[in-house]
Design a protein around this ligand. Structure first.
Ligand code: AP5
Ligand code: MG
Length: 210
């Protein structure tokens, strides 16, 4: 199974992709996660993309295309792709990659939510350093422990989750990525889901429709 998951920053792509991948034995390929891992490990790629990502801008189509090609060719046709394609040029690059890999009908999941909900979510988003899960500060227990693994709060905030950068990312999403999402929305069988529902409800609907 191959799944493409789309939606604005903070709509819940990573949260849902992580769950669906685990449940269905798919590889979760998130371009943002790959970049952040490279930044963390201070690789050459990480050094190139760090400032771009911190500003909330898009990494070049060429660089992103290489990363996706590499990841997809190792995924043995079982993946959920999160955060790609984000420009019309990336749509064309992905079509070529899919042709080479004989992938003909990937499933498309689109999550929708209004900007104000997204800003709220992203300013509260943290990553648990213990279990690696995406969590929300709004859901952290009174004792400050991770709602997923229960570990004593050891959370990391993404640099691009400052309100000013979130607004920049949303602006780029509407100007550049929304046309890509609308293109996939028109495709036969596109699964469109209200991303403002609870996490389990979103997961259940995705599973029903997949
Ligand atoms: P990327 O990492 O892809 O960031 P993004 O698209 O901005 O999306 P996010 O990861 O911020 O949000 P999400 O939808 O995954 O939400 P999440 O599940 O975490 O990209 C980062 C950067 O890398 C880009 O800005 C760009 O620079 C570069 N890049 C990446 N791909 C690129 C490409 N193709 N081309 C060029 N550059 C690229 O959830 C958010 C929060 O909400 C969490 O706290 C979560 O717990 C909470 N939440 C989730 N679902 C719910 C729910 N149903 N109810 C309540 N809270 C919820
Ligand atoms: Mg994400």
């Amino acid at each position: 199974m191959q799944v493409l998951i789309f939606g604005a920053p903070g709509v819940g792509k990573g949260t849902q992709a992580q769950i669906i991948a685990e449940e269905r034995g798919l590889k979760h390929i998130s371009t943002g996660d790959i970049f952040r891992e490279n930044i963390q490990n201070q690789t050459e790629l990480g050094k190139i993309v760090k400032a771009i990502i911190d500003r909330g801008e898009l990494v070049s189509d060429e660089l992103t295309g290489q990363i996706v090609k590499d990841a997809l060719s190792k995924a043995e046709g079982k993946f959920i792709l999160d955060g790609y394609p984000r420009t019309i040029a990336q749509v064309e690059i992905l079509e070529k990659i899919f042709n080479e890999l004989n992938i003909t009908s990937p499933k498309v999941v689109i999550l929708d939510a209004k900007d104000e909900i997204i800003i709220n979510r992203l300013t509260s988003r943290r990553l648990c350093r213990q279990c690696g899960n995406i969590i929300s500060l709004l859901k952290v227990a009174e004792n400050g422990n991770c709602p997923k693994c229960g570990a004593t709060g050891d959370f990391e905030k993404r640099k691009d989750d400052e309100e000013e950068v979130i607004r920049k990312r949303l602006e780029i999403y509407h100007a550049t990525t929304k046309p890509v999402v609308d293109h996939f929305r028109k495709g036969e069988g596109a699964i469109v889901i209200d991303g403002t529902m609870s996490k389990p409800d979103v997961t259940e609907l995705i599973n029903q429709k997949l």
